[in-house]
Write a protein that binds this ligand. Structure first.
Ligand SMILES: NC(=O)c1ccc[n+]([C@@H]2O[C@H](COP(=O)([O-])OP(=O)(O)OC[C@H]3O[C@@H](n4cnc5c(N)ncnc54)[C@H](O)[C@@H]3O)[C@@H](O)[C@H]2O)c1
Ligand SMILES: [Zn+2]
Ligand SMILES: [Zn+2]
Length: 363
């Protein structure tokens, strides 16, 4: 029997989101229905609403969530009804070229539920990142569920499902930050601050936060920034060099996804340094760099999908560190809101007033 629940839908490019009744089918083979407990508002949801990801409207937004397994379909063995899970948007297939090489974090054929959730008139919904968790219930592939310690509160744990994992992973997995290294993070939103916290966790000794908003820079210090640069007022590349004996950083992370910022990251690193792009650019953005500089500076330019994470490895590790007081997951939660408040949360995100608004579902 299908469920009818409330969900937040983006119907067309740029239009304000609406709360609608959605139909969630019973889970088919390999699928699970989740009672969503909390779902963070990520900048990527806004990208979907703005048409920056694709034009497969209507979207069921929300993808940064934790909840409890309500029902499972045939053949599901990795989770059971009642398990507390964080949802992930890269359920690896185990069989593609990347998986067969043992590089599961790059899986080229990640799984989502085969069935569609719909509006009550039968219109199929495109769930954001294959999740769609601004909803009381959602349907996912069972591989998208990672069981974690139920003592981690859903509001905080859910953030590992996207932005916090993407940021931490950009630093420790993609960037490979090591003890004693220097790191610059451009853009200190939820993702950037998570990269800062990740760099601290990895033992970086110089962590330079760059943003155009002083309030964001102040918050970045809480997560571990040792220096801050307001790049609206100061030349970020020069400032970063001055904090690193004139050399630049070992790892420069662009958590904005804008050509001008990427260029700053490119020039702000030391010889043989790594540049990591974790911010999502719009499809029409271009960048031009002197090829001799790409060659001459050595090192690596990498993009970071989901922080190159493996949910099965990284979610329990980070919830464990959180419970030991070694990772400040709760500090990312700025406010708890309802399903009706997502549009306002987008405004707050754009105005830089929050790190994460988290939709909390009443149970
Ligand atoms: N790669 C991934 O897997 C992944 C996952 C989640 C989010 N993202 C992307 O990461 C980016 C950041 O997400 P977020 O949730 O932290 O967003 P956010 O809006 O909370 O943060 C963005 C920050 O960048 C700052 N900023 C804007 N323009 C800037 C500039 N020119 N120079 C320096 N700072 C600038 C803003 O002041 C803000 O603090 C988005 O593009 C989002 O889509 C990527
Ligand atoms: Zn694969
Ligand atoms: Zn996200």
């Amino acid at each position: 029997m299908a469920y009818e629940v409330k969900g937040v839908v983006a119907r067309s490019k740029g239009a304000p989101v609406t709360v609608e009744t959605i139909v969630v089918p019973d889970p088919g083979p390999g699928e699970a229905v989740i009672d969503v407990q909390a779902c963070g508002v990520c900048a990527t949801d806004l990208h979907y609403r703005e048409g920056n990801i694709n034009d497969e409207y209507p979207f069921l937004l929300g993808h940064e969530a934790a909840g409890v397994v309500a029902t499972v379909g045939a053949g599901v063995t990795n989770v059971a009804v009642g398990d507390f899970v964080i949802l992930n948007w890269r359920a690896v297939c185990g069989q593609c070229r990347a998986c067969l090489k043992g590089e599961l974090q790059y899986c080229f054929d990640t799984h989502n539920a085969a069935q569609k959730m719909t509006l009550t008139d039968g219109t199929e919904l495109s769930p954001a990142l294959g999740i769609g968790a601004f909803a009381e219930k959602t349907l996912v592939h069972s591989g998208q569920c990672t069981k974690v310690d139920p003592e981690a509160p859903a509001t905080a744990a859910g953030l590992l499902g996207c932005g916090v994992m993407a940021g931490v992973g950009a630093a420790i997995n993609t960037g490979g930050v090591r003890r004693g290294e220097s790191v610059a993070v451009f853009g200190c939103g939820g993702v950037g601050d998570a990269a800062i916290a990740g760099a601290r966790l990895a033992g970086a000794t110089t962590i330079i936060a760059v943003d155009i908003d002083d309030r964001k820079l102040e918050w970045a210090r809480k997560f571990g920034a040792t220096h801050t640069v307001n790049s609206r007022e100061t030349d970020a590349v020069e400032a970063i060099k001055s904090h690193t004996n004139g050399f630049g950083v070992d790892v420069a992370i662009d958590a904005v996804g804008h050509p001008a910022v990427f260029e700053q990251a490119f020039y702000a690193r030391d010889l043989a340094g790594r540049v990591v792009l974790v911010g999502v650019p719009a499809p029409d953005m271009q960048i031009t760099l002197p090829l001799i500089e790409v060659f001459g500076r050595g090192g690596a330019i990498k993009s970071s999908w989901y922080g190159d994470c493996l949910p099965s490895r990284d979610f329990p590790m980070l919830t464990g560190l959180y419970r030991q007081g070694r990772f400040p997951l709760e500090d990312f939660v700025s406010e708890a809101i309802g399903l009706d408040d997502v549009e306002e949360a987008f405004d707050n995100l754009r105005r830089g007033e929050v790190l994460r608004s988290v939709v909390v579902l009443d149970k």
